[in-house]
Write a protein that binds this ligand. Sequence first.
Ligand code: ZN
Length: 170
Amino acid sequence: MAVRKIITTENPILRQRAKRVHRFDPSLQRLVSDMFETMHVANGVGLAAPQIAQSIRVFVAAYEDQQVAIFNPEIVKAEGEERGTEGCLSIPGYIGENIRRATKILVKGQDVRGKQIRIPAEGWFARILQHEIDHLDGILFIDRLDRPEDLHEVTEEEVEEMATKDKQRQ
Ligand code: ZN
């Protein structure tokens, strides 16, 4: 496994629509392992391939004891709406508040071998998955702010001190 470099907003790859994965060859297992390792080292809870400069439709996420890697994800059901705080490993130094996301979603996609999977998610886990799927369409949380004053600067120390899971970065 290897830690990959996480790119930030000045890199245009983050703004591209990532390509679907059609060939599920064994090299994808290594990509997924690297993505999990990169996410853990950066203390993140989610990481999408474009964040490591790979413009393909896959992301990884970790929530409690659940770890998921979803290729070609699609939200097939969404219910409710809630507001919450988000950070992003590609936007260091900032968090956004009052970001609206669906409360409950069902994500359809494929695992690392190309097998169809369906992942139901609620609350914070649902928020992580919606944030990551946005990355695959070139969308960042800053695009979803209702008001500019909902964007706040934070220091790296403050980010590390944020013990609650709902303030971790994706
Ligand atoms: Zn992000």
